[in-house]
Design a protein around this ligand. Structure first.
Ligand code: GAR
Length: 195
């Protein structure tokens, strides 16, 4: 992959499967004056993802990928990424696991946000498990994607308290709020440390 820094804006593709609040926060960051990034493409495996609305509103190209056949799906993803000259991928609630092939092609250029203090609570249902285990703290993490699930180098992590009366719903809401805050910060940090 080519270097990220330079005069041109970094062309970003965001991958989502649903609601898209992190996508929305990244769009806000991208729309800022003098922003280092430009979100040019939304990739989704879900035709009904609510987050598609934010792409339409901001005139971001949308690529819907049918995942019935993963090999075919990833071939289409690679075509889209090439077509739009993407140099950074941000996974934001994308509920599919990328294969080693894509990860290798975009090595060091794929970020993900995860709703836990990694390496704790990789995978799904993080908040449920945090509550069940009576953890005192939880949080969220932006990390580089490698071929092992939720295991790449951590860029930014933010910790919050778990309250005694928290349930899965209240906790996920509070964590989501800080996710929306740290993802742009993580991109800034990532770019500045990745000449
Ligand atoms: C976020 O909580 C994100 O961390 C999580 O999905 C949610 C998407 O919310 N991602 C994962 O669990 C990935 N393993 P959003 O669509 O509102 O951004």
């Amino acid at each position: 992959m080519e270097k990220l820094t330079g005069k041109k804006k970094i062309r970003v593709a965001v991958f989502i499967s649903g609601r898209g609040t992190n996508f929305k926060s990244l769009i806000k960051f991208s729309n800022k004056k003098n922003s280092l990034i430009k979100i040019v493409l939304l990739i989704t495996n879900n035709k009904n993802a609510e987050g598609i609305y934010f792409a339409k509103k901001n005139k971001i190209k949308i690529s819907y990928i049918n995942y019935i056949n993963k090999i075919k799906a990833e071939r289409e993803i690679l075509i889209s990424l090439k077509q739009y000259n993407i140099n950074l991928i941000c996974l934001a609630g994308f509920m599919k696991i990328l294969s080693k092939r894509i990860i290798n092609i975009y090595k060091g250029k794929i970020l993900n946000i995860h709703p836990s203090l990694l390496p704790k609570y990789k995978g799904l249902n993080t908040h449920k498990r945090v509550i069940k285990n009576r953890e005192k703290f939880t949080g969220c993490t932006v990390h580089l994607v490698n071929s092992r699930l939720d295991s790449g180098k951590i860029i930014i992590q933010k910790k919050i308290k778990v309250f005694k009366n928290d349930d899965e719903n209240s906790l996920s809401k509070r964590v989501l709020k800080i996710e929306n805050l740290i993802y742009p910060k993580a991109i800034k940090k990532f770019i500045s440390t990745n000449p």
